[in-house]
Design a protein around this ligand. Structure first.
Ligand SMILES: *Cc1c(COP(=O)(O)O)cnc(C)c1O
Length: 378
């Protein structure tokens, strides 16, 4: 298979210092020295997530962690509220429904952020809700929702808050403990900059209390976070064969993140994302998200009405060896999604994408765009 330059919203192209860890020799996942290394990785993850509470690395993709978090702290018939402003919000509601939770939703137009006031209204009108779930960075729309403000609302109602931060942690600020988030899920292959295969789940003390109160702690096995908690203080802090080389890869990426400096990293993502969006606008196109709510790890660009997104995607692949993703759901065929996170959040990576889009629109769609217009922000 030929290597294509990946500019999709995950998996991202990982740095060689990270990738090379995947070919390390095997070690026993219960070896004392290994466990020490593993615990060091957990400490680094705690810094990135902004928590001193429990953090677990589970083998699986992002959805594994979402399912574990949802199913571990609530019981059947429990009322849950999901803020939905894109595909991943819908997925979360589906997962909760599959566990027979009573799912209430606040649905918000695609392209808009989740409004804390709407969460407040929903919690006012249904006092039975125990858990609110929202997505921080909606990968289907490129929108960032205000988690800190949503957490304040949840706290005022004494309701738990779970956040899907799969596409945002590592690229934009996240402060689990300071904000008062109870469950946080993120995965290895996006803002954290490692290969797919691991999901990171953090659980607050309040969430553990809820799990115990709901009797949930005795149900389920692999996805039961209470089971994972039982092992946390043991010499081998998990009960499965850990994907050791994926953990080594995450470690190398976390080291790169620390070396760059977390705030410098956020600024770099912001700068590159702004440059990307400025170029898009300067060609007369627009992103699904307004500038005020734009996510700095993914942009979703709407196609002009006469342009089919798949044609642009094929053009970029053929002419530039670059891969971007199609729109999701109703935006399939009508938008492209471009990932600019971790290693792809550099000007040298977005410039060919912008210029490729510009060339396509000029040469294949007869649009009157001046040469270099896409690069105005670079
Ligand atoms: C990618 C993503 C997921 C799903 O992760 P998988 O690793 O594909 O299971 C969930 N939520 C958001 C916001 C994502 O971007």
């Amino acid at each position: 298979m030929k290597n294509t330059h990946l500019m999709i919203p995950g998996p991202i192209e990982v740095d060689y210092s990270v990738l090379s860890q995947m070919s390390s020799p095997m070690v026993a996942h219960y070896d004392e020295e290994w466990v020490k290394f593993y615990n060091g990785v957990i400490e680094k993850l705690k810094v990135i997530i902004g928590t001193q509470q429990d953090v677990f690395i589970m083998v699986g993709s992002g959805h594994t962690g979402l399912e574990a978090a949802i199913s571990s702290v609530t019981s059947e018939e429990d009322e849950i509220l999901v803020g939905i402003n894109g595909l991943f919000g819908h997925r979360i509601a589906d997962i909760a429904q599959s566990y027979a939770r009573k799912v209430n939703t606040v649905e918000i137009e695609w392209g808009k952020a989740i409004d804390p006031d709407l969460i407040d209204d929903a919690l006012q009108s249904n006092r039975e809700i125990k858990l609110v779930i929202v997505v921080q960075g909606e990968t289907s729309t490129g929108v960032l929702s205000p988690i800190k403000e949503i957490a304040q609302v949840c706290k005022a109602h004494d309701v738990l808050l779970m956040v899907d931060a799969v596409c945002s942690i590592g690229a934009v600020p996240f402060e689990m403990d300071n904000w008062g988030v109870d469950l946080c899920v993120t995965a290895s292959q996006k803002g954290i900059g490692a290969p797919p295969g691991l999901v990171i789940v953090s659980v607050s003390e309040r969430a553990w209390e809820a799990a115990r109160a709901s009797g949930r702690d005795s149900k389920g096995w692999y996805l039961n976070l209470s089971k994972w908690k039982e092992f946390l203080s043991l010499p081998q802090p998990y009960f499965i064969t850990m994907a050791i080389n994926n953990v080594r890869a995450i470690n190398a990426s976390l080291d790169n993140i620390m070396e760059e400096g977390i705030n410098e990293r956020f600024s770099r993502h912001a700068k590159v994302a702004r440059a990307f969006r400025a170029g898009i606008r300067n060609m007369g196109l627009s992103t699904l998200a307004d500038e005020s709510v734009a996510l700095n790890s993914v942009s979703v660009v709407k196609m002009p009405s006469n342009v089919f997104s798949q044609d642009l995607i094929r053009f970029l692949r053929k002419q530039y060896n670059i891969m971007v993703a199609d729109g999701l759901d109703t935006f399939k065929g009508k938008a492209i999604r471009v990932g600019h996170m971790d290693n792809s959040a550099y000007l040298y990576n977005i410039i060919p994408v912008l210029f490729g889009i510009e060339t396509f629109l000029r040469n294949c769609c007869n649009m009157n765009i001046s040469y270099g217009a896409s690069l105005i922000g670079c």
